[in-house]
Design a protein around this ligand. Structure first.
Ligand code: NOJ
Ligand code: CA
Length: 557
């Protein structure tokens, strides 16, 4: 029985913890994280003080893209457990007051999905082919791809098949890996199948879905070529591949389904959109009859600079306000460089309109990890003080770094192969979590043979070690989340910038709350007895406390 309060708009202020199931905890010693492992460690999330979990895909999958290649949307990957385990997790989480968001992957399936196998076995022009995006090739013998679209993971977005009679055949579209064929969202059967999938999980009690690549799915009719010699990436507008008007009716349809659960014990269900789009385009997805929330990737990708962050925050809040939605704040996820490593690099952010994959640009440049850690502590204080919801990716609460030196032969991200070994991909932020003890695998599993190796240098960063360390990341996160729960100024609402030097972010929230983040050399002086919490110990001068470079403080105002 659910014990969570049936608040209608909990997502407007919730702190959501992202679980990457393959790497969270391995309960049965096969070297792969699993659902029982999540259940066994829910106490960590209660201790931490988050409101909800988002679980990255847990469906049957060949794991060619870490589970974002789904072969059955209504079951559980046997490596991770069973449907009964999933039900047990939802029940237990709800008993503990935690909501559960799961991942919907609607742009593409796995090549192992039965409908894709049917499509391959069927003939061109058949209803089975029409559930995906098959086209004849160009050239005399159809030997050239139907258009010039690139795959996000490198190479062409088209793959030619061999027809069942053995002849070279049609091509299918795959925005991501070749094993991830894109669905045809203009086909009503596909639309109805996803209605069924949503209801299947909502009926089992999940509180919401994170929508994978929510700006893809619908492609411009006629699949026109991208203009020659012009880089139009995912992040830029006016691409026939992304952010098409046909997305709106699908989002409205899903919203209506979620709202049908209004009168259930858990209340209405929610959607959070994953879409690398600038704010002005993104918030259209958050109009009142569409989706509820979206990840703030402009914030995630912002450089560690007062100017860049101030602009991002101001624009985010204004854009969300314009549609009546609540903003979210994100520092990392399973696709992006870990914040402590990114903030320790000379270039710590990205130009949001750059079409290259975000992780690619940080590989291979030096990191000052001490600096990165100091900044990441200040960054989470900024994140959790801002109006709206927040997302914490597993391991951020331990201050885990990106593992930048994984050996080539353990890399699993398809990006590595598809980029012809020029982009090391995202495995470095997906390394299993260290729970306890002094040697790898740090209580994560009973086998040393973990799906990605855990560095032998993580003994100080286990949950166990950090729990007992007042200066740890875990203690900081826990302190901030406890304050956020108790302090009526925090969570959803408004904020006001205070006058400050250019290299200081200083804002207030009502009642009586102020956040200061210093990016510059000149200390910011505050009354020592007004400090609620600081990212690092502050130098004191009599009644005054000094907030130094790359430090943040929450204050009573
Ligand atoms: C975004 C997911 O977060 C990422 O991990 C995945 O590779 C792509 N979408 C494709 O599903
Ligand atoms: Ca396991």
């Amino acid at each position: 029985m659910a014990t969570i309060p049936a608040a209608n708009d909990w997502w407007r202020s919730a702190v959501v913890y992202q679980v990457y199931p393959r790497s969270f905890a391995d309960s049965n010693g096969d070297g792969i994280g699993d659902i029982r492992g999540i259940i066994e460690h829910l106490d960590h999330l209660v201790f931490l003080g988050v409101d909800a979990l988002w679980i990255s895909p847990w469906y049957p999958s060949p794991l060619a893209d870490g589970g974002y290649d789904v072969s059955d949307y209504c079951d559980i990957n046997p490596d991770f457990g069973t449907l009964d385990d999933a039900d047990a997790l939802v029940t237990r989480a709800h008993e503990l007051g935690l909501r559960i968001i799961i991942d919907l992957v609607p742009n593409h399936s796995s090549e192992e999905h039965p409908w894709f196998k049917e499509a391959l076995a069927a003939v061109p022009g058949s209803p089975e082919r029409d559930r995906y995006i098959f086209r004849d090739g160009h050239g005399v013998n159809g030997e050239l791809p139907p258009n010039n679209w690139p795959s996000v993971f490198g190479g062409s977005a088209w793959q030619r098949i061999t027809e069942s009679d053995g002849t070279p055949g049609q091509w299918y579209l795959h925005f991501f890996d070749v094993s991830q064929p894109d669905w045809n969202w203009k086909n009503p059967e596909v639309v109805k199948e996803f209605d069924r999938i949503l209801k299947f999980w909502f009926d089992r009690g999940v509180d919401g879905f994170r929508i994978d690549v929510a700006n893809s799915m619908v492609k411009e009719s006629g699949l026109p070529d991208l203009p020659e010699n012009e880089e139009i990436g995912e992040l830029v507008g006016n691409s026939p591949m992304w952010d098409q008007p046909g997305l709106a009716p699908i989002q409205r349809r899903w919203r209506a389904i979620a709202d049908e659960y209004q009168d259930t014990p858990e209340g209405p269900r929610m959607f959070v959109a994953e879409a690398y789009l600038p704010h002005d385009r993104l918030v259209r997805y958050l109009e009142p009859d569409r989706l509820h929330a979206s990840f703030n990737f402009e914030f995630l990708l912002s450089a560690w600079s007062a100017g860049s962050l101030r602009t991002t925050i101001t624009e985010s809040l204004a854009a969300h306000e314009s549609v009546g939605a609540s903003a979210t704040w994100v520092l990392g996820n399973h696709d992006n460089f870990r914040p402590v490593s990114r903030y320790g690099k000379q270039i710590s952010g990205l130009d949001f309109s750059d079409p290259a994959p975000p992780h690619a640009q940080f590989h291979g440049t030096p990191t000052d990890i001490v600096l990165g850690r100091r900044r990441a502590r200040a960054a989470v204080m900024l994140e959790l003080a801002l109006p709206g919801g927040a997302y914490v990716y597993q391991g951020e609460e331990l201050g885990l770094p990106e593992v930048e030196d994984l050996p080539d032969d353990v890399l699993q991200d398809p990006t590595w192969e598809r980029s012809e070994h020029t982009d090391r991909g995202r495995d470095g932020c997906r390394v299993p979590l260290p729970w306890s003890g002094s040697e790898a695998p740090y209580g994560w599993s009973s086998t040393d043979n973990t799906w990605l190796p855990i560095p032998n240098t993580w003994a100080d960063w286990t949950v166990e070690a950090e729990k007992n360390d007042p200066s740890s990341f875990l203690t900081l996160y826990r302190t901030l989340l406890a304050e956020r729960r108790d302090n009526p100024a925090l969570g959803a609402g408004t904020m006001r910038w205070n006058d400050s030097p250019d290299d200081v972010l200083d804002f207030s929230r009502e009642p009586n709350f102020r956040c200061v983040v210093n990016f510059g050399d000149d200390a910011v002086l505050v009354m020592a007895d007004s400090v609620i919490v600081a990212s690092a110990s502050l130098e004191n001068h009599g009644e005054l406390a000094l907030i130094g470079r790359d430090q943040a403080a929450w204050l009573r105002s």
